[in-house]
Design a protein around this ligand. Sequence first.
Ligand code: ZN
Length: 484
Amino acid sequence: MDRHMDQTPRRHRLSLAAGVAGLLALVAVGGVAGQTDSPPGAAWPGTRVEAYELEVTPSFETGSLSARAVLHLVNHGPDPEAEVPVLLNRLLRVSAVRGAAGSDLDHDQDVVAFDDVPDLRVNLVRIRLTEPLAPGEATTIDLDYGGELAAYTEVFGYVHDRIDPAFTILREDAFAYPVVGVPSFGARIRAGLHDFRYTATVVVPAPLVVANGGELLGRETRDGVTRYTYRSIVPSWRMDFAIAPYRVLERDGRRVFYFPEDSVGARRVFDALEATKALYADWFGPLHGPQGFAVISVPKEFGAQADATAIIQTADAFADARGLESLYHEVSHLWNARALDEWPPRWDEGLATYLQYRVAELRDGSPPVAERARTLARRVRADAERNPRLREVPMIDYGRHRMTDASYTVGTLLFAALEDRLGRPGLDRIVGEYYQRYHETGATTQDLVRLAAELSDGASDQLFDVWLLTTRWVDEMEDWFGER
Ligand SMILES: [Zn+2]
């Protein structure tokens, strides 16, 4: 995977993480979007985590965990910062906080609601450093914490997280580890995603397996207890540890962690993964960066996600070929360049959905992309009739207006329209060149528009005008996706 891919949030719409992604998820699950439309409040701290050292021991008897986290911090802000605010799951409590010199740091903790999402409550731990951290300076804080892990299904439909021997996932979405930040989605989305490295040890009873997308540094079993130690392969904005009685399929540095009853499906997933990667490499050119990664099966209600080196896939993908579409979707995100827009409009989700259709058409004999696009167009037109915001806000502003749920649908139509006008080779050239040119630096949506114009001799301009820069698509839908 590309070393910068980790900086791009890329997940299935049902599985967006807390923070920036969580905001998108709130929009995606609907109903909350209006409430989150207020201007961002609290300022996001300039102090960021560069690296985590984490050791977590879940107790399946008590449904709780005990953990130690060392956060290596750097102040990226313009001002000295005397306090580091840290968010944890609302049932997790910090028992000790130490500074770089090992001395105890003054702190307080309170369960608070997000200022823009009242149902989302977290333990806000305010840690006062011995001295203010100057801009550019580094320090560490070392926390002991523990307790039960509360689910967040009332806010994020897929966050059923709990400590359970059948399946446990430790992830940012449920604040299972300390996240530096303030309880405000507005502030979080403005701050964007920041990458960190990690080394993490998870201690489980021997029959259980810990799955993660990083490099497995060690797996030691002693007295019926196994310590799994993973290290990130590339910096990423999230880390996920899934614990279950997994089996593992491994080939060429790639791993599929699957439930014992899914062995046939796991093989199918592995083959689909290899075939899909080959297709995208053929269409868009080589993938850069480390190639190894993991596919981790999770129960359906936990949602699918992807980060730099792992695809967390719902078990339904293992159960039938149709479920593989979310895999096609997630794998396509590996060929995204990091979004540098201030408010990424997330057209990459439309691209991923378009590509998922296209791979399904090729591999599984699913209906042709054009046919599915026509069906989708009818749905989107009905959406636009009901939702005036879709008629007012062009796709390029979906990020700013927190409407990126529509990036999945209108964005899909944008790429289906591109295919219609430029042909698949024309579209592939644009998408492939965008990735090949910008995978190291990242790029903005305007860079895509410029590049497409360059590669298509201006043929893409009208199309982006209709679908991305204005809402003319609302009135012109028939011209693009009417029955022919
Ligand atoms: Zn996606």
